[in-house]
Write a protein that binds this ligand. Structure first.
Ligand code: C5P
Length: 282
């Protein structure tokens, strides 16, 4: 069984408060894009095995696809099928694009079909919640408002068709560390989430692009912040309607109305960065 696992972007990301369970209540407008991993699920001989084309990724119980497969059988109480999962990674890892969560979501969708169990989307999302905060969204995809830990989802009108350039600079900052730092910050700049929702309702692409913002952009060390700003400025200079960082970064993306502008932005960024992708909304 061949499955497509799409990357997600945060058109907005706001951190509202810390919760008693240590997580944070978030408010995020999410969007899936055509950049995707491909997974193959095949009946195996014994046990569950994961292989990837990316040699730094764990292929054991730390891999979210493996965790998803084991959870699926544990939660549904079905006898585990011997299974070989192979993952062809395209989505950069540790990049704010939900690369691991979307692979886990694809495994849950795939096993639901393969076993003929017919769980509803909500039931699959409930299993996904225990794997990672972005997994329930990745199961549904599309344009959505994610709240709570990220698991409370409201479908939104689709982002109007556009071209999206993604640029992943070559550094990563740990997600728990960034959440720890954001708690100490007062008077943070916040995204205009209500404005983005109204712009989506009105199918106003420029209105969405102008209001995109991610609170983690302010938390990065100054040198990293300058790099993020520089990538955004390069996208805007090539004609992006707006640019923003996704998740806890460091991937930056820009929305373009014209394909030629998006292609020019990719060429211009490729001078400095290896991992630049031209995508569209799913
Ligand atoms: O749920 P997930 O494993 O993706 O979260 C990774 C880390 O991000 C958590 O351990 C936590 O530090 C932080 N996080 C959070 N609040 C959220 C989501 C993630 O504090 N809503």
């Amino acid at each position: 069984m061949k499955l497509t696992a799409w990357a997600k972007l945060n058109l907005t990301l706001d951190v509202l408060r810390q919760r008693e369970d240590g997580y944070h209540d978030l408010q995020m407008v999410m969007q899936t894009v055509t950049l995707a991993d491909t997974l193959n699920l095949e009946p195996g001989k014994e046990g569950i095995h994961v292989r990837t084309n990316f040699r730094f990724l764990p292929e054991d119980d730390r891999n979210l696809a493996m965790i998803a497969a084991k959870r699926f059988f544990a939660e549904t109480k079905l006898p585990p099928l011997p299974l070989n999962i192979s993952i062809q990674k395209q989505i950069p890892v540790c990049a704010g694009l939900a690369g691991g969560s979307t692979d886990a979501a694809a495994v849950l969708r795939g096993l639901n079909e393969m076993t003929g169990l017919g769980l509803s989307m909500a039931e699959l999302q409930k299993i996904g919640e225990g794997i990672g905060s972005d997994v329930p969204y990745c199961i549904a995809g599309g344009t959505a408002l994610a709240e709570g830990r990220g698991e409370r989802l409201t479908p939104l009108p689709p982002l109007p068709r556009c071209y999206i350039v993604l640029c992943r600079p070559p550094f990563s900052i740990s997600t728990p560390k960034l959440f720890g730092q954001i708690r100490c910050r007062k008077n943070r700049r916040r995204p205009d989430t209500a404005g983005v929702l109204a712009a989506l309702e009105a199918q106003d692409l420029q209105g969405v692009a102008r209001r995109m913002y991610n609170v983690f952009e302010d938390i990065f060390p100054p040198r990293r912040q300058a790099e993020i700003t520089d990538i955004k400025n390069k996208m805007i200079a090539c004609g992006a309607l707006g640019a923003c960082m996704s998740g806890t970064g460091p991937t930056v993306f820009g929305l373009f109305e014209r394909l030629d502008d998006a292609k020019a932005a990719k060429v211009s960024l490729n001078v400095y960065y290896q991992r630049v992708f031209l995508t569209e909304t799913v």
